[in-house]
Design a protein around this ligand. Structure first.
Ligand code: C2E
Ligand code: MG
Ligand code: MG
Length: 697
């Protein structure tokens, strides 16, 4: 239906227009419709307005047939006159928007279409204006725009890089942070494949995440390496979020967080957790981490591992001299030297304080020995601190995997036990762990608690080592040596627990117990009718200084009905410091009638003076000299000298620690009366002594 056809008609058609258009369409639509008749001028006369127009404007039915300027305000008339005139002149439809205030004060935005209706000559005869209130749709649009801008702002100003990907993983958009992170411009990023931004090692993970996200479920990748334009690696964390439009996934956002710095900080924390701050060496925690890995890697090849536990001798004195800071500098200098021995197979750790640990991978016994010697050799030259030269030596205890333990803890413990032995035996050398050291580890506090109850628990017993008369081969004396077999520590050597007993005062109790045990044993043998023998009892310096020692010995001798001559008291040179008191005590013992011997002779601060003054009966040559007989001229000479000295003073001599026949021959030649050692017999229990009948018959 053409408007022109309908309007440009006779009266009959006009009625159709009136009824059909007016009632059905014009009066029922929400848009305002104005039809103006164009007259000379041109001027415009209201011909028709629909119900909507009447509702929203002040124009009423009565205004029909009146001119524009007669109906609306001057301002509006001028405005409309201009628009209508333009339409008449151009003959083309125009659309425009205007804003006005409703009678109720609200702002209304209208959109109008002006359409010309022309006569047969192409002249504009009528102007039809259809005006729509677009206020709400404009507001909607504005809201939408705002939301769009907000969303754009989130993306654009986000500190994390955000890329919009299509379903094929092609970048369709990137924000500014995406450009900064990657180094590419927006233009370059667009149409780039996301895989091109990441290290190939991430490919699989990225594919899985993309697939999951494009199926509609967001995903994350905690660690991925992004390669920027300059080829630098950035550690990133990814979040992939699906873009769902009308319930269909239309690509995804990929949010890339640069965690390089965070990661570096973590690395730093990790580094600090595993390294010693002073020296920069690995620390104990690192050792605990490394050992299982090394063992695991070696196990397949069945190779061994050595742990060398190094402790600086008397470092406390260095600290006392240089102060803590100076001590630290010293430790750094030492570290510098130690580091020269490290390589892929030889790792170095600071265990703490003045203790270091070397781990030697794939090392046999001989390689380890060589390494230990190399470590010792590093300390031959002095260390210079503040233009002052310091000499220091290390002690090294060694344990080996798998022989001594399967984890760092037990390997360290065993090496520490070996180290303890090194310290005990004069420091500045190295020693491999041996099973006999098992119990020697000085966990003193626990050990003391156990030692306190050793007697009542029946853990102590006495062994006897025969002393052989070298001239006749007969045996008429023994040395009593206490033994401790503890539930926790196993067999503990007296060289370990006697010093502890001395320190804690337990020595008095233990010493007295040994004395009584020896007396009980001697009485048993006497009762069995065995020949009379003498037993030497070790008396520690502390015991020796006890006033009541003589009374105690006297008490047990009489209790078990024994002559004093069957007891020998072994004291060390160390116990003879205070000459007055020593002399008094020795005299009393002599009065009682026991024998007195000097144990470990030659190792203490010997003074020939006391040999003359003190009432001593026997000298026991320390095993360190005996050991070297025939091997070391000096020691052989010392042994001979001690024998001669003893003879000239009228003393008996016993050589300790005789292990070889050569030593026996040498001692015999030097006229040494007696010898004691593994060559003849180890210290054994009374029962065994009885079994070797010749001993007691
Ligand atoms: P010591 O009195 O010098 O005892 C000699 C040590 O040498 C003993 O060690 C003995 O087992 C060991 N020995 C004997 N023959 C040989 C040998 O041929 N080769 C080697 N390598 N060693 C040999 P043990 O029994 O371990 O005693 C160590 C130290 O403990 C003793 O040294 C002594 O000082 C102390 N001790 C032992 N029993 C007692 C005791 O009842 N009271 C006190 N106060 N000290 C004791
Ligand atoms: Mg002894
Ligand atoms: Mg000795």
């Amino acid at each position: 239906m053409k408007w022109t056809t309908i309007i440009d008609t006779n009266g009959q058609d006009q009625r159709v227009l009136d009824t059909v258009l007016k009632e059905l369409i014009l009066d029922h639509i929400h848009d305002m419709i104005f039809i103006m008749k164009v007259e000379e001028g041109p001027s415009f006369r209201y011909l028709y307005i629909n119900e909507s127009a009447k509702r929203y404007t002040s124009i009423q039915h009565g205004d029909m047939g009146r001119l524009l300027e007669e109906v609306v305000s001057f301002e509006m008339a001028t405005d409309l006159q201009e628009k209508y005139t333009q339409l008449v002149q151009n003959g083309e439809s125009v659309t425009y928007q205007d804003t006005f205030f409703h009678t109720n004060g609200s702002q209304v935005v209208n959109e109008s279409i002006l359409t010309p209706i022309k006569d047969g000559y192409g002249r504009v005869e009528y102007v039809v204006s259809i005006t729509r209130d677009v206020t709400s749709s404009i507001l909607e649009k504005k809201k939408l725009m705002k939301a769009k801008e907000r969303y754009k702002s989130i993306i654009e100003h986000n500190l994390d890089a955000i890329f919009i990907l299509d379903g094929q993983g092609i970048i369709k958009e990137s924000n500014g942070a995406g450009c900064s992170l990657t180094g590419y411009s927006k233009e370059n990023l667009v149409n780039m494949n996301i895989y091109d931004l990441f290290h190939s090692q991430n490919e699989k993970l990225l594919t899985e995440s993309l697939m999951q996200t494009l199926m509609g479920t967001p995903s994350t990748i905690d660690y991925s390496l992004l390669l920027n334009e300059a080829g630098e690696e950035k550690i990133t964390q990814l979040k992939l979020v699906p873009i769902v439009v009308k319930e269909k996934c239309d690509g995804c956002y990929i949010i890339v967080k640069d965690i390089t710095k965070h990661h570096e900080q973590n690395e730093m924390i990790h580094y600090m957790a595993l390294h010693d701050q002073l020296t920069g060496l690995w620390n104990r925690k690192a050792l605990d981490d490394h050992v299982p890995i090394i063992i695991h890697n070696m196990e397949e090849r069945g190779i061994e591992l050595s742990l060398l536990y190094l402790d600086l001798d008397r470092f406390k004195f260095v600290n006392d001299t240089l102060g803590l800071k100076g001590g630290d500098r010293f430790l750094k200098k030492i570290t510098e030297r130690l580091v020269t021995l490290t390589n892929e197979e030889c790792l170095l750790y600071r265990q703490g304080g003045d203790e270091f640990i070397f781990l030697l991978k794939n090392s046999g016994f001989e390689d380890t020995k060589t390494k230990a010697k190399e470590i010792l050799a590093l300390f031959i030259d002095p260390f210079t601190i503040d233009e002052q030269e310091f000499y220091i030596s290390p002690s090294v205890g060694i344990s080996r995997y798998p022989a001594d333990g399967y984890d760092s803890n037990s390997l360290i413990q065993k090496a520490a036990q070996a180290l303890f032995e090194v310290k005990e035996k004069g420091r500045a050398h190295y020693r491999f762990y041996q099973t006999h050291m098992k119990s020697s580890f000085p966990n003193y506090i626990i050990m003391e608690a156990h030692l306190r109850r050793a007697i009542e628990k029946g853990e102590l017993y006495v062994h006897y080592q025969p002393q052989v008369n070298l001239a006749t081969g007969t045996i008429d004396s023994f040395e009593a040596l206490v033994r401790w077999n503890n539930r926790k520590f196993g067999f503990v050597s007296p060289a370990q627990f006697i010093p502890l007993a001395e320190e804690t005062g337990l020595i008095h109790q233990i010493g007295e117990w040994v004395l009584e045990q020896v007396c009980i044993q001697l009485q048993k043998w006497r009762n069995k009718g065995y020949k009379t023998v003498r037993v030497a009892i070790n008396i520690s310096p502390k015991q020796f200084l006890q006033e009541q020692l003589v009374d105690t010995i006297d008490f047990y001798l009489s209790t078990y009905n024994l002559p004093a001559s069957c007891i020998e008291i072994e004291i060390t040179e160390g116990a003879m410091q205070d000459t007055q008191q020593t002399l008094k005590m020795l005299r009393k013992l002599k009065e009682l009638g026991v024998y007195i011997s000097v144990d470990d002779f030659g190792t203490g601060y010997s003074s020939l003076h006391y040999l003359k003054r003190f009432p001593i009966d026997i000298l026991k040559i320390d095993q360190s000299f005996v050991k070297e007989i025939g091997l070391n001229q000096k020691d052989s000479a010392i042994t001979t000298t001690i024998i001669h000295l003893a003879h000239s003073l009228g003393l008996e001599v016993i050589a300790e620690g005789v292990e070889r026949e050569g030593q026996v021959d040498f001692l015999k030649q030097a006229n040494c009366q007696k010898a004691q050692g593994y060559f003849f017999s180890k210290p054994i229990c009374p029962k065994e002594i009885e079994q070797q009948q010749f001993v007691l018959m």
